[in-house]
Design a protein around this ligand. Sequence first.
Ligand SMILES: *[C@@H]1O[C@H](CO)[C@@H](O)[C@H](O)[C@H]1NC(C)=O
Length: 416
Amino acid sequence: MRFLWLLLITGSCWFDAAKGDVLETIAQWPLLDFALPYDPHYLDQFKPENVVPTGIEIGWNRIFISVPRLRDGVPATLNFIPRNIPPGSSPQLHAYPSWDWHGAGIGDLNCSKLISVYRIRIDRCNRLWVVDSGIMTSIDDFRVVCPPKIVVFDLQTDRLVRLYTFPRQSLRPNSLLTNMIIDDVTATTCDDVFVYISDTTGPGIVVFDGATDRSWRVLHTSMFPDPSFSTYQIGGDSFELMDGVVGLAFSPQLNTLYYQPLATNLLFSVPTSALQGGPLPFGEQLPVTVVGKKSSQGLALAVDPQDDTILFSPLTETAIASWHPRTNQQRIIAFSPQQLQFTAELKFAERDNGDLWILSTRFQKFFRRQISPREINLRIMRIRFNSNNVPKPGTFYLSHQQQRIPHYFYNNTVLI
Ligand SMILES: *[C@@H]1O[C@H](CO)[C@@H](O)[C@H](O)[C@H]1NC(C)=O
């Protein structure tokens, strides 16, 4: 087994601005606001202090935002805002595709509609893939109200084009489907893709074969939370969460799926060929590799499609870092205790010149019920790798060989 430490020797790395990086705020909110329908029940049941998004996806004209029902009071679990908004504004969220799909926001639980969505992805055919967990109030009492499903909308028409309900065999009693990768490497149509889905509390990875409408699950000890990493430090706050596999990223060139539980400091990978062949025979082990070790836990992962660099966001360091597994080159792409508090998404947006989009939330404050409506708690940001932006006040601009990385960033010096 290959074992590389992700972060190198203390003091030997430098901030690097090779790509002219800076955090650009697209939209930001103290608390989310919705363009609610006329039905007054939506307003009655709305609890803004319980509403924290975990997913974004960038369409040609719209930014999609998924808001799982972690607690009660979420009006709509899938929403959009227009792309052409004034930078840094706080637009109202619009339910997607319509309020008709979000009866769960007023207690009307219909399993044909959307219940609770953690993440969404757009495929090459401009269709929005939605994994619906089917779980209400997952943080508070984890109510299993519907089987989880995949719902696909055509973004040209905003109509449902595909629906797949996961069978019981692909699930466990406490399954919580939270993230997905669409693998279209071998696809010949819009539909014969593989989808890899994280089951955070099951735990495990569920594989959906779009060609045959089948699904199965794989499990490896690396997908479990590590109890010694279940306490998270962000700024002055600390909180505990025993979450298994949730961060996913994919390299189509290397045919590799990367993943990490929330409660770990390790990053793992598995060849997609090992996932695609159907359920493993009993007793056979998934060929998992420990890719490296991070300075703290993290949620979001991404692979740069240009050169297979892995991007991650160690929570405690409130940073976005990159690491190339072959060259071992490491960089801090952005650092901001203010703006990068709980980075839930890192995405290279195909519909935005491949620029990097970021969703950062003060999840820890929502979780601890200590959110302040007088501060900015939710941010959608972008790093334009290809343009020379002027750094904004409050952004820690990373200039080449000027600034040493803070010492706490690296906690290990071993390279095997
Ligand atoms: C659930 O929604 C479907 C699709 O709109 C509808 O046909 C069905 O009648 C609804 N079920 C209930 C119990 O309201």
